[in-house]
Design a protein around this ligand. Structure first.
Ligand SMILES: [Zn+2]
Length: 502
């Protein structure tokens, strides 16, 4: 998940505070006198001792671990997905392949200050960044905040140098979003200035390192770029401010390959009455590899499998439910893009696509991604969980997770709107490990997802219709996604019809 809307944090937090606000005394008394109706059977099944969610997640995070697409752990994760769906007793499970523009796996990164006095630096390569050719030794220059004017100011001093980019601490989704938005311009400016490599200061304190990409289409970044621990980066900045000449060594080794075929795990439970209509529940299986991808997004993969198990154990749904564990999400939504391309001909038959990608945060409802027209039908599907505060609807549209290519096809697409408070601290970081997961909350989220999916799959009418290209365009412009697509270099493919509904 990349935060993809301008006021994401504010919207999510505002919604959270409304829903979690302490009830008025009268309401509390009423609640005590009349307890909420029992959850539907499907939710009870997820919350029962038969749930395998905890066990599945432990295997994925602790035994397989961080699983960048294309790595050995990613192959093991695909097998995990197949096995887990088989145990869930779905009708079928397959690996489906898609075209990925480049293969990338981090191997190692090391850096030191050599002069005037030697000391080591804690670094990690950016995702999808190239290796250095052996050990790069160069002068360190101060590239300020990494803007175009910062690099312009350096002039010829940038040539062949390693550029230190300063950052502000990241404390909100807005900060994180700003970091992503600034990336492409920083990269262009660094290239134009002729720097040999970039050292980007971590936005998180206490030596916490995380992986990012700066390309949004799965391609390889044109120059080596490493993240340096915040404490080291600040020290370097202070030394440069004192006018010291610093020589730095940087060695990055990544395995980088050309175009290849990635794979998604696709499972299915066929519908009893309308098998041609499809409700898709998805989450991305890949993760960055410094941590073990517990919150982002192992917990929601375990959720998808658990919903499959619960649905398979009950009466067959009217419509077909497809469960997809996408990969390549972190490299640029590659798996979901490839899935949509391969299934283009059946897009008319998708009732809804539901994506979960905000960790274990309490579900407040769903983002409709610019579709107020589906409030009525979605509200009905979510009615059984309204007592849990999980039936909220938010019409913001989001670029940043696997709903995106479905949005570009005009298919009703939903993202679980989850509390974000616990998500940011470990986002893409070495600290995203199983111990961070609130399993009780995660299982409740799975119960909510099961209610939503089975509600939509069994509803008398479809959730909503497929939008025309003109309607999709309107959503893109109104939501600000169009501007983000331009910044991230994704607009040309939509405009030319290479991506999205023609
Ligand atoms: Zn994610």
């Amino acid at each position: 998940m990349r935060p993809g809307i301008r006021r994401f944090g504010i919207v999510a937090l505002a919604a959270a505070s409304v829903l979690s606000g302490a009830p008025a005394p009268a309401a509390r008394r009423k609640a005590a006198a009349a307890p909420a109706a029992a959850p539907p059977a499907i939710a009870a099944e997820v919350l029962s001792t038969r749930s395998r969610m905890d066990d599945d997640l432990r295997t994925l995070c602790d035994e397989i671990g961080g699983r960048a697409t294309g790595s050995r752990a990613y192959e093991a994760a695909l097998e995990w997905g197949k096995e887990a769906f088989r145990r869930a007793k779905v009708d079928s499970v397959e690996l489906e392949s898609y075209d990925a523009p480049a293969k990338w796996e981090g191997v190692r990164a090391a850096a030191s200050v050599l002069q005037p006095r030697r000391f080591p630096l804690r670094v990690v390569s950016f995702g999808n960044a190239p290796s250095t050719r052996g050990t790069l030794m160069a002068k360190l220059v101060d590239a300020g905040n990494g803007t175009r004017s910062d690099f312009d100011r350096l002039g010829t001093r940038a040539r062949g140098a390693i550029a230190l980019v300063r950052t502000k601490p990241m404390t909100s989704f807005d900060d994180l979003f700003a970091e992503y938005l600034a990336g492409p311009e920083m990269l262009k400016a660094a290239q134009a200035g002729g720097v040999a490599a970039v050292l980007f200061t971590s936005t998180r304190p206490r030596d916490l390192l995380y992986r990012h990409t700066i390309t949004f289409d799965g391609t390889i970044i044109p120059l080596p770029i490493a993240q340096v621990a915040r404490e080291d980066g600040l020290r370097l900045a202070r030394l440069l401010e004192r006018g010291l000449d610093l020589t730095v060594s940087l060695e990055i080794e990544n395995q980088v390959g050309g175009p290849w075929k990635g794979k998604n795990v696709v499972a299915e439970i066929r519908g009893s009455e309308k098998p041609d209509e499809i409700v898709l529940l998805g989450a991305h299986l890949d993760s960055w590899d410094l941590g073990t991808g517990a919150l982002d997004n192992g917990v929601n993969c375990a959720l998808v499998v658990e919903v499959a198990r619960a649905i398979a154990s009950g009466p067959r749904p009217k419509r077909t439910v497809r469960f997809v564990l996408f990969t390549g999400e972190e490299n640029g939504l590659l798996g979901s893009r490839g899935y949509v391309a391969a299934h283009e001909a059946e897009m008319d038959r998708y009732d809804a696509v539901l994506i979960h990608d905000i960790g274990d945060g309490r579900i407040l409802g769903y983002f409709t991604d610019g579709r107020p027209d589906i409030h009525g039908s979605l509200g009905q599907a979510l009615a059984p969980v309204s007592g849990w505060g999980a039936a909220g609807m938010n019409d913001e549209a989001i670029l940043g997770t696997d709903n995106f290519d479905f949005l570009l096809e005009g298919v009703p697409n939903l993202i679980a709107n989850q509390e974000t408070a616990r998500y940011l601290a470990d986002y893409h970081a070495a600290s995203d490990t199983l111990d961070k997961v609130d399993m009780a909350q995660a299982r409740k989220n799975a119960a909510i997802a099961a209610v939503a999916v089975s509600g939509i799959a069994n509803a008398p009418t479809r959730l909503g219709r497929r939008q025309s290209r003109a309607e999709i365009s309107q959503v893109l412009e109104k939501s600000g996604i169009a501007d983000q697509m331009r910044t991230y270099g994704l607009w040309a493919d939509w405009e030319s019809g290479r991506r999205g509904r023609r």
